[in-house]
Write a protein of this length. Structure first.
Length: 116
């Protein structure tokens, strides 16, 4: 199983970015398994940003509620993170995360920098 994340970059405060993560490999019924995003800022621990279960239940970290939206396209084995109203505190490396048969898989990370 491989995860390929993309979409990071430099954006001004108040701006938007959309992250994508394609999950590939020998996966049966991607739609049944949870997938999500974590982030890690410099000098801090990795933290959950948002997850979406196989049944469609969604969980957000409190600071991103109302600004970020997670979604998945099961036909494309892809998870998205739409990030609006970005703040400097959102600056971090964002990692996609997939749990398949009780194994945890991570993408390589994509850097999001929010700065004027």
């Amino acid at each position: 199983v491989q995860l390929q994340a993309s979409g990071g970059g430099l954006v001004q405060p108040g701006g938007s970015l959309r992250l994508s993560c394609v999950v590939s490999g020998n996966i049966f019924r991607f739609n049944l398994y949870p997938v999500g995003w974590y982030r890690q800022a410099t000098g801090k621990q990795r933290e959950l940003v948002a997850t979406i279960s196989g049944g469609g239940s969604i969980n957000y970290e409190d600071s991103v509620k109302g600004r970020f939206t997670i979604s998945r396209d099961n036909a494309k084995n892809t998870v998205y993170l739409q990030m609006n109203s970005l703040k400097p505190g959102d600056t971090a490396v964002y990692y996609c995360h997939f749990v398949y048969w009780d194994r945890v898989y991570w993408g390589q990370g994509t850097l999001v920098t929010v700065s004027s």
